[in-house]
Design a protein around this ligand. Structure first.
Ligand code: GDP
Length: 872
C-alpha cells in the first residue's frame, strides 16, 4: 500500500476531479486510499498592459513601435528587438492555433470513426446473438429428434428382445440413432466455442470505447498532452491495464448479460418443450407398440411409451390409483394407461425376454467331439480327494507346461492316448445335486470311488442313486488297492446288491483297481474314461455363442466376482457379453486351470471368467447374448422372478397356513445363523449340513448364506435376528468387525467343516429344553393327624424309605392315587424344625396350603433335577 507512486494510476478516476493534490486510489477488493500528490502547475504568464518586458503579452505590437508611447529609457534598437520578438511570438501563436485546430479536427474525426466502429460492432454483435439463438433452436430441435429416435430405437430393441424384430433391424436403427447423435454434436460444439469469441470482441469493443469515453472535449490540450506523455512513459501497460480493467468490467457485464439472456432463452425453450411434450401435443405424437409384461414398473411403462413418468403417474392418479413411479402396476391397468396415451399395448410374457438366448439346435455337421466331464463321487475317506490329486499330479509330471495348477474347481488332463478329460475337483454329492437342481447337468461320467479295504457305504449308495437319477454312466474305481487288507472282489460283489454290475462280474460298468497312494491303475482309469467318452459320443459345436455352467463362484478381493465356468457348448471368448443366472457381464479375462490367461475357451474347457456384475451361484447357466441391454434385461427379469418366488415361499397365504406356521414356530426352537464362505460349494455344503442338524424341537435356520467376506450388511441382518455369523475361510472386514462389536453380534471363524457343524450342533443343543427328571428320595406313612392351632393339620409320620427333606417336593398319595402335590410347610423332629429326617424315624409334617390329610396316607418325597440334553 505504501508504494503509492506505483499504484497511483490504478484509480485516478475518482480522485482526479475532487481536490487538487489529492488522489483517490481504488485497489482490488474495493479498498480505496486517498493520497496527496504533488501537482506541478504550469505557470501561465500573462503580461499586464503597460508592464515592461511583456514579451509574450497580449498587448498590440503597433503601439510598441510608436516611440511616443514607448516606455522611457528604451532605445530604438531595443525597441526593434522587442518588436521582432513580438512578431515572432505572434507568428508562433498563430501557428499554434492552427495546429491546435488541426489536431482538434483530427480528434473529432477519430471520435467519429470510433463511434461508427462501435456501432458497427454492436450491430454485428446483435446479428451474432440472433444467429446463436437460431442455431440453438435448431440444435434443440435436433436434440428432440434425436431423443425421439433413441426412444424409438429403445422401443424397437425391446421389440427385438421380445422376439418381434430381427437383430439386424435393431442394429440398423441404433446406428441411425447414433448417426443422428453425431450430427447433433458439431452444432453443440460450435455453440460451446461461441461464448469465447464474444469475450475477445468485447475486449476489442472495450478498448475502442475507452478513448471515446475518457477523452472529453472540454479537457485542455495541455492536459491531453500531459496524459499522452504520461501514457507514453508508462507504455502499453497503462493502456493495457486500463483497457483490461474496462474490458473485464465490460466483459463481465457483457457476459453476465448474455448468459442471463441465454439462460432465460433456454428456460423459455425448456418450458415450451415441456409443454409440447405434455398432453397438449397429442396431434404430432406417434403411436407406439408398447410391450406390456404381466406387471410393469410405472417409470418403465413411461419409458416404453416415451412419455414422462410424472404424466403417467398423474394419469394413474386420475384413475384413482395412488402410485409413484417406482411402483409396479398390473398389465390391465397399464393397458388402460397405454391406450389413454394413444399407444397400443402388446401383451408379452415376462419370460419372453429369455428368448434371445440362442437355443437353435446344432446341425450334425457342425458338431465336433468334446472331452468328457468327470465327477468323482464316493463315501467319505474312500479317497476321492487323493484320487483327484493323484490324477492331477500325474498329469503335471507327464509334462504339462507350467506345472503349477490352480484350484479353479475343475481341471483338464491328457490321457495316455492323448485325449483330454475334464475333472470337476469339487468332490461330493452336494455340489453334484445342487448343480443338477439348478438345471446344470455338467457331468458326463461319474467315477464311483470305493475303498477296497472298506465296503459299500451309505454315501456310496447315495452316489449310485445320484448317478442313476442323473442318468450318468459310472466307472467304479476300487481304491486303496495298495493296502494289504484290500479286497477288490468284495467291493464288486457288494456293488451287485445295488444293481451296479461291473465288467468283472460280466456287467457293463467298467471297474478299475487303483491306488491314489502309489499311482497304480491311474492310467487305466483315464483310459476307461476315454473309452466311456467314446461310447457316449460327446459332441459340441465350438462355433456358436457359448453356453456353460458355473461350477464355482467367489468374490475375489482383487479381481471382483469370479466364476469358474465349464463351457458346455460353443466357445466363450474375451469380450463376450453374457447372462449367468441372475447376473450378467462382459468377459474381461479368461483364466485356465493352469493360471494362464487365455482368449477363448471351447467345449468342456473350465475357465475362470472375470467381468461379472455380481457373484453367481454354482450351477447357474451361462449364456452368451448379443447386447448388454439383453443381458441386463434377462438378469433383471430372473432376479425379480427369484425374488417373487422367495416372497411367495416365505409368505403363508391362507389363514390355516399361517396358523400352522405359527404353531410350528412355537413348538420348534430355532437357532438362526448366517453363513459366509469362500466358495459357493462350501457354502452350500455347510448349509445342507446345518439344515440337517436338529430334531422336532430344535432346528438350525440359515437366514442367509453367501460367498465372500463378512460385511456390515451381514452384521445388520444377524443383529436383527439375533444370529451368530459363521465365516468359513472368510473374515469380516474392518467395518463389519466394528459393527459386530458394537451390536454384540458373534462372528465365528472356521476352516474345518466338521468343527463348524459340531459347534453349531452344541449351540443348538443349548436350545433344547432341559429335561426335568424326578428322583424319589423318600416315603413316609401318616400315622396320626393333629390339629394345631396356628399351624393347621400336622401329620405325625414315620419315614419308611429314604429321607424326608424339607426343601423337597411332596405328593400326598391315598390308595396309590396322587391327591395333592406341593411343598412342606414344616418338618419337625420332636419339637424342633429340622432339614432332614432319616428312614425309620418319626417326624411331623405339614403341607403348605393343604389341610386334607388323613391317617394312612402316604407322602412321597421327591427332588427335581434338570438334565441338559444334546443333539445326537
Ligand atoms: P475323501 O474323503 O474321499 O476325499 O478321501 P481322502 O482322499 O481324504 O482320503 C482319505 C484317506 O485315505 C487319506 O488319509 C488318504 O491318505 C487315504 N488314501 C486315499 N487313497 C489311498 C490309497 O490309494 N491308498 C492308501 N493306502 N491310502 C489312501
Amino acid at each position: 500500500m505504501s508504494d503509492t507512486d506505483g499504484k497511483k494510476p490504478l484509480g485516478l478516476g475518482g480522485g482526479a476531479g475532487k481536490r487538487p493534490g489529492q488522489v483517490k486510489q481504488s485497489f482490488s477488493h474495493g479498498r480505496t486510499n486517498t493520497v496527496v500528490v504533488e501537482t506541478k502547475r504550469k505557470r501561465v504568464v500573462v503580461p499586464k498592459p503597460g508592464t515592461a518586458g511583456g514579451a509574450a503579452g497580449g498587448g498590440s505590437a503597433s503601439h510598441l513601435g510608436d516611440p511616443s508611447k514607448r516606455p522611457a529609457g528604451i532605445s530604438d534598437a531595443e525597441m526593434e528587438r522587442r518588436l521582432a520578438a513580438l512578431r515572432a511570438a505572434k507568428a508562433r501563436e498563430a501557428e499554434d492555433t492552427a495546429r491546435r485546430a488541426e489536431e482538434e479536427r483530427q480528434r473529432e474525426e477519430d471520435r467519429q470513426r470510433r463511434r461508427e466502429e462501435i456501432e458497427a460492432k454492436e450491430r454485428e454483435e446483435r446479428e451474432r446473438e440472433a444467429a446463436i439463438k437460431a442455431r440453438q433452436e435448431e440444435e434443440e430441435r435436433q436434440a428432440r429428434a434425436e431423443a425421439e429416435a433413441k426412444a424409438a430405437a429403445a422401443a424397437q430393441r425391446k421389440a427385438d428382445i421380445l422376439g418381434t424384430k430381427s437383430r439386424a433391424q435393431i442394429q440398423r436403427e441404433q446406428e441411425e440413432a447414433r448417426a443422428a447423435a453425431e450430427a447433433a454434436k458439431p452444432a453443440a460444439k460450435s455453440r460451446e466455442a461461441a461464448p469465447a469469441a464474444p469475450a475477445t470482441e468485447e475486449e476489442a469493443r472495450g478498448a475502442a470505447k475507452q478513448p471515446a469515453t475518457t477523452v472529453s472535449p472540454r479537457k485542455t490540450d495541455r492536459e491531453r498532452e500531459e496524459r499522452d506523455r504520461d501514457r507514453g512513459a508508462k507504455g502499453k501497460g497503462d493502456d493495457g491495464r486500463r483497457s483490461g480493467k474496462l474490458t473485464l468490467t465490460a466483459a463481465l457485464d457483457g457476459e453476465g448479460g448474455r448468459t442471463r439472456s441465454l439462460a432465460a432463452m433456454k428456460r423459455k425453450q425448456e418450458k415450451a418443450r415441456n409443454k409440447a411434450m405434455g398432453f397438449g401435443q397429442k396431434a404430432e405424437k406417434q403411436a407406439r407398440d408398447v410391450q406390456l409384461p404381466e406387471t410393469i414398473v410405472v417409470s418403465e411403462l413411461a419409458n416404453r411409451m416415451a412419455e414422462r413418468a410424472a404424466d403417467v403417474v398423474k394419469a394413474l392418479m386420475k384413475m384413482g390409483m395412488m402410485v409413484n413411479m417406482n411402483q409396479t402396476i398390473d398389465a390391465d391397468t397399464a393397458e388402460i394407461i397405454i391406450e389413454d396415451f394413444g399407444h397400443r399395448a402388446v401383451r408379452v410374457s415376462d419370460s419372453d425376454v429369455e428368448q434371445v438366448i440362442d437355443t437353435v439346435e446344432d446341425k450334425a455337421e457342425d458338431l465336433e467331439s468334446r472331452p468328457p466331464i468327470v465327477t468323482i463321487m464316493g463315501h467319505v475317506d474312500h479317497g476321492k480327494t487323493s484320487l483327484l490329486d493323484a490324477i492331477r499330479k500325474a498329469n503335471v509330471v507327464s509334462g504339462e507346461a507350467g506345472g503349477i495348477t490352480q484350484h479353479i474347481g475343475a481341471y483338464q488332463v491328457k490321457t495316455p492316448n492323448g485325449s483330454l478329460v475334464s475333472f470337476l475337483d469339487t468332490p461330493g454329492h452336494a455340489a453334484f445335486t445342487s448343480m443338477r437342481a439348478r438345471g446344470a447337468q455338467v457331468t458326463d461320467i461319474v467315477i464311483l470311488v470305493v475303498a477296497a479295504d472298506d465296503a459299500v457305504m451309505p454315501q456310496t449308495i447315495e452316489a449310485i442313486a445320484h448317478a442313476k437319477a442323473a442318468k450318468v454312466p459310472m466307472i467304479v474305481a476300487i481304491n486303496k488297492c495298495d493296502k494289504p487288507d484290500a479286497n477288490p472282489q468284495k467291493v464288486r460283489t457288494d456293488l451287485l446288491q445295488h444293481e451296479v454290475v461291473v465288467e468283472a462280474m460280466s456287467g457293463d460298468v467298467q471297474d478299475v483297481e487303483v491306488s491314489a497312494k502309489t499311482g497304480k491303475g491311474l492310467n487305466d482309469l483315464l483310459e476307461a474314461i476315454a473309452l466311456q467318452a467314446e461310447i457316449l459320443e460327446l459332441k459340441a459345436n465350438p462355433n456358436r455363442p457359448a453356453m456353460g455352467a458355473v461350477i464355482e463362484a467367489k468374490l475375489d478381493v482383487g479381481r471382483g466376482p469370479v466364476a469358474t465356468v465349464l463351457v458346455q457348448n460353443g466357445t466363450l471368448k474375451r469380450g463376450d457379453i453374457f447372462v449367468v443366472g441372475e447376473k450378467w457381464g462382459k468377459v474381461r479375462a479368461l483364466i485356465n486351470d493352469k493360471g494362464e490367461t487365455v482368449t477363448e475357451a471351447g467345449p468342456s474347457v473350465p475357465v475362470e471368467v472375470l467381468g461379472l456384475n455380481g457373484t453367481p451361484e454354482a450351477g447357474d447357466v451361462l449364456n452368451v447374448v448379443s447386447t448388454e441391454a439383453q443381458a441386463r434385461e434377462i438378469a433383471d427379469y430372473r432376479e425379480q422372478a427369484a425374488k417373487d418366488k422367495r416372497a411367495a415361499a416365505g409368505a403363508a397365504t391362507t389363514l390355516e397356513q399361517l396358523m400352522a406356521k405359527a404353531k410350528a414356530d412355537a413348538d420348534v426352537a430355532e437357532l438362526p445363523v448366517l453363513v459366509k464362505a469362500d466358495v459357493q460349494g462350501s457354502a452350500e455344503a455347510i448349509v445342507q449340513a446345518l439344515e440337517k442338524i436338529g430334531n422336532d424341537e430344535v432346528r438350525v435356520r440359515v437366514l442367509h448364506y453367501g460367498v465372500g467376506a463378512i460385511t456390515d450388511t451381514d452384521v445388520g441382518l444377524a443383529e436383527a435376528s439375533n444370529a451368530p455369523i459363521i465365516g468359513f475361510n472368510v473374515r469380516a472386514n474392518a467395518t463389519a468387525r466394528n459393527a459386530a462389536q458394537q451390536k454384540g453380534v458373534e462372528i465365528r471363524y472356521y476352516s474345518i467343516i466338521y468343527d463348524l457343524i459340531d459347534d453349531i450342533k452344541s449351540a443348538a443343543s443349548g436350545l433344547l429344553k432341559a429335561e426335568v427328571r424326578e428322583n424319589f428320595i423318600g416315603y413316609a406313612q401318616i400315622k396320626e393327624v393333629f390339629r394345631i392351632t396356628g399351624a393347621g393339620n400336622v401329620a405325625g409320620c414315620i419315614v419308611t424309605e429314604g429321607v424326608a427333606r424339607r426343601s423337597a417336593g411332596v405328593r400326598l398319595l391315598r390308595d396309590n392315587v396322587v391327591i395333592h402335590e406341593g411343598t412342606l410347610k414344616t418338618l419337625k423332629r420332636f419339637k424342633d424344625e429340622v432339614k432332614e429326617v432319616q428312614s425309620g424315624q418319626e417326624c411331623g409334617m405339614a403341607f403348605e396350603r393343604y389341610e386334607d390329610i388323613r391317617a394312612g396316607d402316604v407322602i412321597e418325597i421327591f427332588e427335581r433335577e434338570e438334565v441338559q440334553r444334546s443333539l445326537a
